[in-house]
Design a protein around this ligand. Structure first.
Ligand SMILES: Cc1cc2nc3c(=O)[nH]c(=O)nc-3n(C[C@H](O)[C@H](O)[C@H](O)COP(=O)(O)O)c2cc1C
Length: 113
């Protein structure tokens, strides 16, 4: 039942406007998510991390580069930066340099061992 002074047609019209705005916002968010640029940086000695980094890059359409080629300026061109390296005596090889570089670049960061 409509509220006094408000017709059912008016309520339906407002509902349509609200739903339209909701859909537009959802589409915008999805569009932004789909256009996120991701960079995968890897450090590998015997080739396992390189293999997985390239596989992840192919599956996600992300750019993949070697640790030595990574610079803060380059990383800053991406929304998300991922770092993969070998575990060595319980630590991720190259992590400290990459952590500083990712922080300086302003990209969101993620790490995989
Ligand atoms: C000297 C040495 C130390 C290692 N220490 C660890 C470790 O602490 N934890 C671990 O999970 N793996 C350790 N590993 C295994 C390497 O992380 C693993 O072989 C890795 O997949 C190699 O990556 P890469 O092929 O990209 O160089 C060690 C390997 C070596 C040679």
């Amino acid at each position: 039942m409509a509220a006094p002074g408000v017709s059912v047609d008016e309520i339906l019209e407002w509902q349509e406007i609200a739903y339209d705005a909701f859909l537009k916002q959802a589409l915008k968010e999805e569009w932004n998510r789909m256009n996120q640029k991701t960079l995968i940086v890897y450090k590998s000695t015997t080739g396992f991390t390189r293999k997985y980094a390239k596989l992840a890059g192919k599956e996600t359409g992300s750019k993949v580069i070697e640790y030595q080629k990574a610079t803060a300026k380059l990383v800053s061109g991406y929304d998300t930066a991922v770092f993969g390296s070998r575990a060595h005596a319980g630590r991720m090889n190259g992590y400290h340099r990459i952590k500083k570089m990712f922080q300086k670049s302003g990209a969101k960061q993620m790490v995989f061992p």
